[in-house]
Design a binder for this molecule. Sequence first.
Ligand code: CA
Ligand code: CA
Ligand code: CA
Length: 391
Amino acid sequence: MSYNYLSKICLFKINFKVEAIPKRYKEKSMTKSSLSVSRYINVNAGKIVLAFLLSLVTVMSFMATFPSAEDKQKETYDHKTSHPRWGIRSINATKAWNTTKGSEEVVVAVIDSGIEYSLSSIKDNMWVNEKEIPGDGMDNDENGYVDDVHGWDFWDDDTCAVNGSSINYHGTFVAGIIAATPDETTGIAGVAPGVRLMDLRVLDNQGQLYTTDWSKLVDAINYAIDNGADIINLSIYSTLTPPDFVHESVKQAIESGVLIVGIPGNGGEKVQYFGQWEEILTVGAVDREGSAWNYSNHGSSVDLVGPGVDVLSLTPEGKVESRSGTSFAAAHVAGTAALVLSIQPDLSVSELTEILQESAKDLLEPGYDPKTGYGLVDAEKAIALAQRFRR
Ligand SMILES: [Ca+2]
Ligand SMILES: [Ca+2]
Ligand SMILES: [Ca+2]
């Protein structure tokens, strides 16, 4: 256990002029003693980093979790204690596969830290901009981006996440949950392995975006709208209020028929942006038993929950790791929405949302509640409901 979050915190203390650590994070970090708490601390460490950076530069959001000692030890999953597909099984995605594994016509834009799309279980699932000739230095489809084949790296302002600066694990991890091809070697499979992933990188290699970079996020949303995405997975949250033009771009996406799946954030507190906006389908996290995760933010903006505690997926190095966060719960819902659109491509955003909510498995008190929303997303039931859907 020589590697732990404290060393990370110390590093930040050295590198930055540090404001006081919010007391409640300290308390959470120091007083809990359960075996799994180190992963929760990670999330809080992320929030602390936010506070640190606020004193130095203007940071807008932080969503990534750092690898903890426990995560490090779990680089290879244990078949006995953790089936690599428990997350997608718990939402009955593997049963939904009897109907569809997803259509390649359905495109999920992952606005995140970039996707390592050379991984064997990701590479065949990338969206391809058919109108663009790769590598000729020309913007063949005249969409404003030269040689954009699988999306765009708005952080580096280059053609893809894997060229240029190194990437944070987060985007690849999310992409794996949405659409990884089932792989019997790693055991990993995405919710909707037949759909396509659009890679829109906005976060740096620490998983952060700064207030000077709001326009990068808006450009990514607009790219998704203009280039045929059906769904945006937006597993990013901000404790600062975003400017109106960001909200406007979110509204524009919905009006254009693009569902945005977002998160409430990981602080055990009120729902943060962007999940706070009603246009966004906001997804909290539950564990393997279907219990609400303590650190999943809650409030009347939470629409659904998904598996988000000790979820297994792929790192950019192709390793299977276990992570916790509402980011990963949202990815399960984005994948489920993609399955539904695969059999009912003409659904509006509100119809798709209604199907996901009505087919969810109700948790906690009967009906809606602010911790688990309308309940745990259920891919099999959502597909069945979509099949019966008539306007
Ligand atoms: Ca282009
Ligand atoms: Ca070109
Ligand atoms: Ca790049």
